[in-house]
Design a protein around this ligand. Structure first.
Ligand SMILES: [Zn+2]
Length: 264
C-alpha cells in the first residue's frame, strides 16, 4: 500500500512538474472571451505544416504573417505547397516585411545602421569585420528601410496569397508616421497583438509561466489576438495545449475574418 502511495505521489509530482496540471486560462468570474491565433516568421518547411496539422485537428483557423525572406530562402515549390494549403484550409495570410528588421528603431537611428548585403543588418561600424571588401556594406537610407516593408511582394507566389494584413517585426515602428503611411498606401492594415505566447522565450520561461502571463493579458484585455511563431520548435506541440486551455476556460477561438474587430 505504501508503495502504491509513493507511486501515486511520483506520478502526481511528475504531472505537476511537466507544467500542465495547474495551468489555466480562466478569467475572474468565469468571463469568457474571443481569441484569434496568429503565427509569425514562417513559412518553415517542416514546422509550419505541423502547426497546420494541429489547427486542422482542432478545427481552428488562424492568421499567418509570412516573412518575405523566409519564403524566398526556402524552395519556392515547398513554400507554394504550404501557402496553398493555408488558403485551402481557410487560414489568412498577411505580410511580415522582407528582412526581419526593427524598422522603427532603424528609421530613427538611420546613420547607425549599415546593411551588409549577404547577412542582414549590423548596428554600427564597430561591429563590421575589418575586411577590405567594404563595398559589401552601405549605409541604409530611410527610403531603403521603407522599401523593405513590402520587398518580395512582387514575387508572383506571394502576390497570389497575401491578404491586406501587415505586421511589423517586433511591432517596431507602429507609431512612426512614415511607416504607417507606407503601410496604408499599399492598402494594408497594420495588426499587432494583445497577448504574447512568448514561444520564442521557451529557454527563459516555462510553459506554465507563459500561461500565467497570457492569462493575465487575456483577462485584462477581454480577449484579442495572440502572437505565436510557426518557426519555433516547441510551437506545434504547445499549440495543442494552448487550444485545450483556451477551450477549457470557455473562450472561443475565432477565425481570421474577425481580425478587424480586434484592431484598436
Ligand atoms: Zn517576427
Amino acid at each position: 500500500m505504501k508503495k502504491l502511495f509513493s507511486l501515486a505521489f511520483l506520478i502526481i509530482s511528475f504531472v505537476i512538474s511537466a507544467g500542465y496540471a495547474e495551468d489555466s486560462l480562466r478569467c475572474p468570474g468565469d468571463r469568457t472571451h474571443q481569441i484569434l491565433l496568429t503565427f509569425d516568421d514562417g513559412p518553415h518547411v517542416t514546422r509550419t505544416p505541423q502547426v497546420l496539422n494541429v489547427l486542422r485537428e482542432h478545427d481552428v483557423r488562424a492568421l499567418f504573417f509570412v516573412s518575405g525572406s523566409s519564403a524566398l530562402k526556402s524552395s519556392h515549390d515547398k513554400v507554394r505547397v504550404i501557402l496553398e494549403r493555408m488558403k485551402r484550409e481557410g487560414h489568412l495570410i498577411g505580410y511580415h516585411a522582407f528582412e526581419h528588421w526593427p524598422h522603427g528603431s532603424m528609421m530613427s537611428h538611420e546613420a547607425n545602421y549599415i546593411y551588409r548585403y549577404n547577412s542582414g543588418v549590423v548596428k554600427n561600424e564597430d561591429e563590421m569585420p575589418k575586411v577590405s571588401d567594404t563595398y559589401n556594406y552601405k549605409r541604409i537610407s530611410n527610403d531603403y528601410i521603407l522599401r523593405n516593408l513590402f520587398r518580395g511582394l512582387n514575387e508572383t507566389f506571394l502576390n497570389e496569397y497575401v491578404g491586406p494584413f501587415f505586421r511589423l517585426p517586433y511591432g517596431d515602428g507602429a507609431d512612426n508616421s512614415a511607416i504607417k503611411e507606407s503601410i496604408e498606401q499599399r492598402g494594408f492594415r497594420s495588426i499587432l497583438w494583445d497577448m504574447d505566447s512568448l514561444d520564442y522565450m521557451s529557454q527563459q520561461y516555462t510553459f506554465s509561466e507563459r500561461v500565467v502571463k497570457v492569462q493575465q493579458s487575456l483577462c485584462r484585455n477581454g480577449g484579442g489576438i495572440i502572437l505565436m511563431h510557426d518557426i519555433q520548435p516547441h510551437t506545434p506541440k504547445e499549440l495543442r495545449e494552448w487550444i485545450r486551455l483556451m477551450r477549457d476556460a470557455g473562450h472561443e477561438i475565432v477565425g481570421p475574418e474577425k481580425v478587424r474587430y480586434f484592431v484598436k
